[in-house]
Write a protein that binds this ligand. Structure first.
Ligand SMILES: [Zn+2]
Length: 410
């Protein structure tokens, strides 16, 4: 293969020539509000439209694939010098949706204003993750414009609904775009860390069933609240046991079983024992706590609670199952990203783990694709008021993406 520097230097020069265009696009992108809110009718469409227009102007024939009316994925494919080379098929991924800004009055700068102050661009989605998407798009553009040769195929997946049920990436997979992919670079804000692991998540609905009765005659009913309370106490004990057994994962920390919702009875009917009580659990896992094992132990706990509480039942329904992911550090994309970061920053980046799930989780779960998460913006800033990204970090990330993509597609 050709000298890597001979491919990288012209691409970096092309990127530099486009810095103003990148910033202009990013501002427009942030100003296109893309909170998915069915109550007021807003969707990802305005932001996706900007991406689609940009890629169309670049002659990339992007696909516009709706997961629901007004909720498009934008997908583009760039083929290298040997597009049939099946050993390298890289997905570069980001999402267009952003979470609600909450009360705009709590923001110092308008949440969809894209105000730049002292090198920081403020606005909802600047870090999570329009900065990363802009960096990725312009990195790919720079590679293409410079004529840098690469092997295999580069697939840009800019999808909807990451903050919801990840319907966008699921649709991307269902349409076959992920078939044969050998790696994915997820451009979420990770503050200079190369993240090779992601926590898993199980969302569970726990229903305690009993028998309705008058509060004055509890002996004639079967109160589900007592059973549900016992179950939740058991969950806290199970959490301690799992943490003791598995210890702390180096990048992901401890597993957690957190009750987040409780629902039973009615304050207007305080003299009625209800026939049902419901709790929701948000379970966060590491590769050391496989989901089937956790579900087995929760079901065993449910059976034990039922034995202690006659005429009560505990049923557990899995609402969402996102497994933890762990990419082998020996994966070529990991090495390419680390080398790219080193070339940009002159220091070896730390490995890290993502505390939440990302779209990469779905690529891993559905197609076994190794994922690396790396992108501009502080790890803790997403979903806060006064979200911002440093413009210098966006440009640096774009340079790292150029090097990482060319390094991987060699
Ligand atoms: Zn995100």
């Amino acid at each position: 293969m050709s000298d890597p520097l001979a491919r990288i230097a012209p691409a970096l020069a092309a990127l530099r020539a486009d810095e103003a265009a990148l910033e202009a696009f990013l501002r427009d992108f942030v100003r296109a509000p893309s909170v998915y809110d069915p109550d007021v009718g807003t969707t990802e469409e305005p932001a996706a439209r900007l991406v689609h227009d940009l890629l169309t102007a670049w002659d990339w024939s992007p696909r516009w694939e709706e997961i629901a009316p007004g909720r498009p994925n934008v997908v583009a494919t760039l083929r290298g010098a040997r597009p049939d080379d099946r050993r390298r098929r890289l997905i570069v991924e980001g999402h267009t949706d952003v979470v609600t800004p909450g009360d705009p009055a709590r923001w110092t700068h308008p949440p969809f204003g894209a105000t730049a102050v002292d090198g920081k661009l403020y606005g909802r989605g600047t870090a999570d993750m329009k900065g990363g998407v802009a960096a990725a798009l312009f990195a790919a553009r720079a590679i293409q414009r410079s004529g840098a040769e690469f092997a295999g195929t580069l697939i840009l997946a800019i999808v909807a609904d990451e903050e919801g049920l990840m319907l966008g990436i699921k649709e991307f997979v269902a349409r076959g775009h992920a078939d044969g992919a050998t790696a994915a670079l997820v451009c979420e804000p990770e503050g200079g860390r190369v993240c090779i692991a992601q926590k898993g998540a199980l969302r569970l609905r726990v229903v305690a069933g009993g028998r309705m009765a008058h509060g004055a005659m509890p002996e004639s009913g079967a109160n589900p609240l007592a059973a549900l309370a016992a179950f939740l106490v058991g969950c806290a004990a199970l959490e301690r046991a799992l943490q003791a057994e598995c210890g702390e994962h180096p990048y992901l920390g401890k597993p957690y079983l957190t009750p987040t919702v409780l629902d039973a009875g009615s304050p207007a009917q305080m003299n009625v024992i209800p026939d049902m009580a419901v709790a929701h659990l948000d379970v966060r896992t590491t590769p050391d706590t496989p989901h089937p094992m956790i579900l087995d132990r929760l079901r065993a706990l449910a059976r034990a609670v039922e034995r202690d509480h006659p005429e009560r039942t505990i049923t557990i329904k899995v609402i969402e199952d996102r497994p933890p992911t762990a990419t082998d550090p020996a994966e070529p994309l990991v090495a390419a990203t680390v080398a790219a970061h080193e070339a940009e920053w002159g220091a070896t980046p730390p490995f890290g783990g993502v505390p939440g799930a990302t779209d990469g989780t779905i690529l891993w779960r559905e197609r076994g694709i190794p994922i690396v998460t790396y992108g501009p913006g502080d790890t803790t800033i997403p979903h806060q008021v006064n979200e911002f990204v440093r413009l210098a970090e966006v440009h640096a990330a774009a340079r790292v993406y150029v090097r990482a993509i060319l390094g991987y597609l060699e």
